[in-house]
Design a protein around this ligand. Structure first.
Ligand code: SAH
Length: 454
């Protein structure tokens, strides 16, 4: 009951009539549609990535789509994420935290409600994977700062897992006002450190394994869709892997081929009862989910994964984006984002019974359960400027409209099992009740059911 009251107090603060200053981020979004590699663009002469890939293929034969994606996106010298700040109106795509501040604020409330649901541990790590421009973390930290009272004396720290030195710089600027230090050696597990403008320690890592153990809330927004996938096609001879090869008719171009013999991946990664004829599997995502599940089971905490995805139903979702438009996945590699929908059924299978899983639920349902309608009303009540009001409404529509981001984006969570069970209350004393008395019902998991606003 104490935790329920705490959460209600917390939500009242969120909807208090003095909302944070309105600095609304909103840009128009080119709507993402499904696309497969068709009309190839002519590669730019001297395209270093293309040359790198073609010499690799010449040396070893066709490469898996996973290897292609990994090289194109995260090659340490010329990878797309390593080189670019690709988010926002001048970039290649836009994400929910960049569209409206309400998104990050509600995720901040989610983190707090899970911390309360876990019994308010004294140390609280917020861990974000692939923080992009840092907007989501920034909105969450503003909520933490405003609700400092609800956090009590908990020692909160922020841990960012980011492969891109370029984006880590953008994040540091956003979160610390550029008051961060880069490690002297490239081999340090923590490659950047600083203090948030709200006074919390922030560290940057390349891998989850380097993040300290302890109670943590893990967030991954549009992160898993950027991890490399393998692609498979069902044929008369069984499952075969789709790979990337040089086009024999145009040696400066790449093409997708179905390789004639099984590969290790095609024999290992397909479920025996698979009904689809085309399947994409992201083993790197599976490994991260397993590591998260183990950490959550051993140290406590929760993970919230939000991405466009499906529950084991979709087939060919591998796409490229450049300048807010669909882009041939094989054209000018390294110049465009590559992405594939997240298969939540696969992530759930990888998590196994180590943790409790909930979802996926649609972004519309998640945000409505988190109280987005109330939050919008409060912001509108306190805002007289017609253009800001219009932007708030437009952002709300973009996030929740089923025809925009409302249905395609989905939320999935992994929780420590104890989070969903009634604790047994010991009455002390050896002679007390042989049947232990149950404690209070666990707090509902916000977003996956309604946040109990009073
Ligand atoms: N979460 C942000 C950005 C999404 S773009 C948002 O929603 O706005 C994907 C992010 O993941 C980028 O920050 C990119 O640099 C990072 N990223 C991609 N692959 C990664 C990897 N293998 N390890 C760590 N970070 C990665």
């Amino acid at each position: 009951m104490r935790t329920v009251r705490a959460l209600q107090r917390l939500s009242r603060v969120l909807v208090c009539p003095c909302p944070p200053p309105l600095f609304v981020r909103l840009w128009s979004v080119a709507q993402r549609q499904s696309f497969s590699s068709g009309s190839a663009e002519k590669p730019l002469p001297g395209n270093l990535m293309l040359r790198h890939l073609t010499s690799k293929i010449k040396a070893t034969g066709p490469i898996s789509v996973a290897e292609y994606m990994r090289e194109v996106l995260t090659n340490p010298v010329m990878g797309y994420y390593v080189q670019n700040d690709m988010l926002g109106p001048d970039g290649d795509f836009i994400t929910s935290p960049e569209i409206s501040q309400i998104f990050g604020e509600l995720l901040g409330i989610w983190c707090l409600s899970e911390w309360i649901g876990a019994g308010k541990p004294s140390r609280f790590q917020l861990v974000e994977f692939g923080p992009g421009r840092g907007s989501l973390a920034n909105d969450i930290l503003r909520v933490f700062s405003q609700l400092r009272g609800a956090l009590g004396g908990a020692a909160v720290s922020v841990h960012l897992v980011e492969v891109s030195p370029k984006l880590s710089q953008v994040q540091a600027q956003c979160l610390t006002g550029d008051q961060s230090q880069v490690s002297a050696s490239e081999d340090e597990p923590v490659y950047r450190q600083g203090t948030s403008t709200t006074g919390l320690p922030i560290s940057w890592y390349r891998n989850l394994d380097d993040v300290p153990r302890g109670f943590s809330i893990y967030l991954a927004h549009e992160f898993f869709d950027a991890l490399p996938i393998h692609k498979f096609q069902g044929t008369e001879k069984g499952w075969r892997e789709v790979m990337v090869d040089i086009d024999p008719d145009e040696p400066g171009k790449l093409r997708l081929v179905i390789v004639p013999a099984p590969t290790l991946a095609s024999t290992q990664l397909i479920q025996a009862d698979e009904k689809r004829r085309h399947v994409e599997v992201c083993p790197e995502g599976g490994v991260i989910v397993q590591r998260l599940a183990n950490r959550i089971a051993e140290d406590g905490g929760a993970a919230l994964i939000a991405d466009y995805g499906h529950d084991g139903t979709k087939t060919d979702t591998f796409r490229g984006f450049k300048g807010h438009k669909l882009h041939d996945v094989l054209a000018s590699p390294g110049s465009a984002d590559l992405t594939a929908d997240v298969d939540y059924s696969y992530l759930r299978r990888m998590a196994g019974a180590t943790v409790a899983c909930m979802g996926p639920v649609s972004q519309k349902d998640f945000l409505k359960n988190m109280g987005i309608d109330t939050r919008l009303q409060v912001l509108l009540r306190n805002c007289a400027d017609p253009s800001t009001r219009a932007q708030l409404i437009q952002g709300y529509d973009m996030l929740t409209n089923p025809l925009k981001m409302g249905e395609r984006f989905q939320f999935f969570t992994m929780l420590n099992h104890s989070r969903l069970t009634r604790p047994e209350q010991s009455k002390g004393g050896k002679k007390m009740a042989p049947v232990p008395k149950k404690g209070p019902a666990p707090l509902p998991v916000a977003g996956f059911s309604e946040l109990g606003l009073s």
